[in-house]
Every structure is written in C-alpha cells, then in structure tokens.
Design a protein around this ligand. Structure first.
Ligand code: AMP
Ligand code: ZN
Length: 517
C-alpha cells in the first residue's frame, strides 16, 4: 500500500508518533455487524474508545491482560496513523457478581466473596482489598508496557451518576422497581440481543440461561440496582440502601467521559453477553442514540485448550511468571503473538520463544546505540529496507491487528540490523534507531516506555462547586421561610440550567447532578 510515511519520513518524532494524519484506514472485526470494517471516526483524527477494565477482587491473570493488550494495540496503531486517542478503561470495584455469565448476573458480589476467602483474611475490609488489588493491577499494567488511559474511573466514584441513570430509566418506562431491586425491562428495548443474538425470545427457549426471581416481569430483566442493606459496600438511593448492577457503571462512565456515541468499544469475548448487551440496552435507552459504532472482542487465552480463568485455577499472573524469571516484555510478546480474533494457547514454549525474539530487539538496540556513538562515516545501507518493513508491519496492524504478521515483519528488521551490526555507519545507525523507535511505539516490544498516556479528558457536565450549591440551597430555604417564593423558585431554576436538580424532603433539600445523563 502507498503511504505518506514511507521509509523514515521526517514527520515522525523519536517516539515514533506521527505529526500528520495517514490516509490509511484501520480495519477491525466488528462483533455487531460480524464483518471486518474500517473504524469510522465521528470526528476526523479523534478515536473515542472505551474498554472494560478489571474487577479488582484478586490479581489479574495474563488472560485478562491479553484482552487489555488488544486495546493497547488499537491505541498504538491509531497513534501510528496520526490519530489522537481518548481512551477510558474503568476499574470495577463493586457490583460484579459471581455468576456473571447469566442473563441477569446472580450470586455474590465478587469483592465481598473475596474478602471471605483465605487471601481475603489479610485485609481489614473490602475497601482495603480493592485498593490492594488495584495497585497490583496498575503495577502489572505498567510492566507490560500498556498505554495509560486518559481516564481510569472507578465504579464506586460514580455512584451518584449511576443512581440518576437508574432513576431516569424508571421514569421513562425502561425499568421498574421490585422489593429486591430495580430491573431493566428487556422487553422495553427492542434492540435487546442485537450484539449477541441472545434475544429475549432465544433466552426463553434456553431457560437455564436465566435467573429465577419471582419479582421480575421477565427472567432476563437485569439489575440496575440491588437492594441490600447488609451488603459490605452500600449507598443510599431513592430505592433504599444497596449497590448498582455491574453493567450500569460502564454505560454511565463511557457517556460521562466520551459522549453519547463511542467510536469503538472493547472487551473479552465473555463480555459480549450479558455485559455488553446490557450496556447497549441501558445506554441507548438513556440517549436514544447508538452506543458504539464498532465493537471488538478478544478471544480467550487458553491453557491446554481451556479458558484461563480464576475460577478453575488454571491461570498465571504476571508476577508468578516474573518470579520464574520471565522478562515482562517477553510476557507481552507472547500474549500478542497470536491474532486477537483467535484463541491463543499459552505455553512455556511460547514464552521462551518470546524471550529469544525479545533478545534480538535488545541486541539491535545496543548495536545501534553503540554505532550512534562510535560508528564510522559511510552511507545508510539499511534505511530503505527498514522503512519498507515498518510499513508492512503497520499494514498488518491496520488489517484487523494482524500481530503475527506485524511481529514477523518487525523481526525481519532485526535481521537487517544485526547483519550489519559489526560495521554500522552513523547514518545506518540513525535509520536503525528510527526503526526501533517506531516498532516500539507500534508494538511495545523493544523497551519499556514511561509517561506515554493517552490524551487527557475532562468529564462532560458542569464543574460542581459544592459549597456554592449549599449556599444557594440555604438561601432558597430562607427565601421560602420569608415567603419570597419568586426568589426560591429562581434559585431552583438557575441550578437546573446548570444541570443541578434540587430534591426537597422532610429532612431538607439535597441535590444531584443531572447533566451527566
Ligand atoms: P474481569 O476482571 O473478570 O472483569 O475481566 C477483565 C477482562 O478480561 C474482561 O474483558 C474479560 O473478558 C477478560 N478475560 C477474562 N478471562 C480471559 C481469558 N482467559 N482470555 C482473554 N481475556 C479474558
Ligand atoms: Zn463494561
């Protein structure tokens, strides 16, 4: 493919970032339409991307990281095309129940059940447990050279917005309250099932796929709010004490940070149903607009042909592999060595192959650094070949993240450099460096990077000055007392324009942010 950035084009910076936009398209398999199609950006040059993050009840395993690495490669490829990326990846620290594969997840909250386990004994409470595993997760994330998201919101920090969303869905007839919680009525949303094929009709046929709860209108209706005044993490809502359903956080936080319609949404294959199906129902009911224009899902990392998972115990964590002497970049290399649309078997052999390949990149890096310092005069004899190989690697990545081809092309480049390593001229070394920087920016397998975060984002909605709102509420209460109803009304209306809704009750007046939803 002809491209404007062929062979060491000066529009690249040392980190490999492109200053001008490429004309290439970026094609990915879309789960919704079941075809490989170009990502279409609502705003040229800006990718608004949401990828579901981890539940922090334990150490993440490398299967989880396979999925996060897919998102990372999307970002790197988008940046290689000159796009800006706004990337949101959340932390689930409440509401994810143990039986999350069912139409309406049931069972116990994973956080609460982890606290009761043997490992949980070291923590005083569930908040400590969440913090511990979130910190461990972030450490592993950095070790594997994953790009930092623009925002990493936590479910527990967005409770008010989730409650407001549940209320709105009830008000508009998409959800209803029962003695056990607030449920989204899947019959009220005619698109339910469009991502997974699990329509209400199909689910009725497969009775075992749904949870029995006599209070619900339909068994596939899923929880927006669970009433539970005994739960370890609970909040007060108009529906009483409880906690949000797992799906709601992503709908709310995606909208808050990225707007009503995303360009791309990602996760592992087990999230297609019910999690993403439910996110779509909630979000589209709230906004009346498509939730995401493109959906990608990473197939499972397997061990001996079976899904790597915490529940079966057949898993490795990043730290367990490091203890055995693995280089974190080799773990990364092994995890991205197979294309994300196919399952990948993780073996000792795949890790040791990755260690060998990583070593080639390290030797190249060292040879190039040495030649930049001490290399002799002479022409650049490797730049053209390396430019072509980089182009081919980028082509493979824009073609549904074909990492096997991209890594093979990247490795061919090491052969070109190592062949000349004894006699690299300064000019050749400059090309070698540019190549390694660009390959590292695209695939993250040459050396560890720091401080390469995505574009920062400010949450949509007004900046809330809580003290000012409190003063206005007091002024309004005083105005009402002195029968100045015009002033009291004016204060309520002014705040409403700012997206703040006042709620009066016998205990006094409280407020909620309305504009995030
Ligand atoms: P969780 O922490 O359970 O919420 O999972 C975090 C992410 O890892 C989700 O996107 C899951 O779909 C994904 N995931 C879980 N197990 C695997 C696996 N064996 N291979 C690839 N992705 C996985
Ligand atoms: Zn999600």
């Amino acid at each position: 493919m002809e491209s404007p950035e062929r062979g060491g084009d000066p529009t690249f910076t040392v980190t490999g970032k492109l200053h001008q936009m490429s004309e290439r398209t970026f094609r990915l398999y879309d789960t919704m339409t079941r075809q490989v199609k170009p990502i279409e950006l609502a705003e040229p040059g800006l990718l608004r991307f949401y990828s579901c993050g981890p539940t922090v009840y334990s150490y993440a395993h490398i299967g989880n990281f396979r999925t996060f690495l897919t998102a990372d490669l999307v970002i790197r490829t988008a940046e290689a095309l000159g796009w800006t990326v706004k990337y949101v990846s959340n932390i689930t620290d409440v509401g994810h129940l143990t039986q999350d594969n069912l139409a309406d997840a049931s069972g116990e909250d994973k956080m609460a059940s982890a606290l009761k386990s043997k490992e949980g004994e070291q923590f005083n409470n569930v908040w400590e447990l969440a913090e511990f595993y979130e910190d461990a997760f972030l450490e592993d994330w950095a070790r594997l050279n994953l790009r930092e998201p623009s925002v990493r919101p936590r479910a527990t920090q967005h409770m008010r917005e989730q409650i407001v969303a549940a209320e709105q869905l009830v008000k508009e007839g998409y959800a209803y309250e029962t003695p056990t919680g607030v449920y989204f009525s899947v019959d009220s949303f005619k698109g339910y099932g469009k991502l997974s094929g699990n329509t209400q009709e199909n689910l009725r046929k497969a009775v075992r796929e749904v949870v029995l709860d006599d209070n619900k209108k339909e068994q596939a209706d899923f929880a927006l709010w669970k009433k539970d005044d005994k739960h370890l993490m609970q909040w007060y809502s108009p529906f009483g004490w409880g906690f949000p359903g797992w799906h709601l956080e992503c709908s709310v936080m995606a909208r808050m940070y990225l707007g009503d319609t995303l360009d791309l949404h990602a996760g592992g294959e087990d999230l297609i149903f019910p999690h993403h199906e439910c996110e779509i129902a909630q979000s589209e009911a709230l906004t009346g607009k498509p939730f995401s224009n493109h959906w990608i899902h990473t197939r499972f990392l397997q061990v001996n042909g079976e899904k790597m998972s915490k529940s079966t115990g057949n898993y490795y964590t990043v730290r367990s592999l490091l203890e055995k002497g693995a280089d974190p970049l080799a773990i990364r290399y092994a995890l991205i060595s197979g294309i994300y649309t196919k399952p990948l078997n993780f073996t000792d052999q795949s890790l040791s192959d990755a260690m060998g390949n990583l070593d080639r990149f390290k030797r190249c890096d060292a040879a190039v650094e040495a030649a930049l310092e001490n290399g002799g005069e002479g022409p650049d004899v490797i730049g053209a070949a390396l430019g072509d190989l980089y182009d081919q690697a980028l082509d493979a990545m824009t073609n549904d993240l074909n990492t096997s081809v991209a890594l093979a092309k990247a490795l061919e480049g090491t052969r070109v450099i190592l062949r000349e390593s004894e006699s690299l001229s300064k000019e050749s070394a400059k090309s070698g460096k540019l190549y390694l920087d660009r390959i590292n920016a695209l695939l993250g397998i040459v050396r560890q990077e720091r401080d390469l975060g995505c574009d920062p984002i400010e949450a949509a909605g007004p900046k809330v000055d809580e003290a000012r709102i409190q003063n206005l509420i007091e002024e309004r209460t005083a105005a009402k007392k002195s029968k100045d109803f015009a002033r009291a009304d004016q204060i309520r209306k002014d705040l409403e324009v700012e997206g703040i809704e006042l709620r009066d009750s016998i205990e006094g007046t409280t407020w909620v942010v309305k504009s995030a939803l």
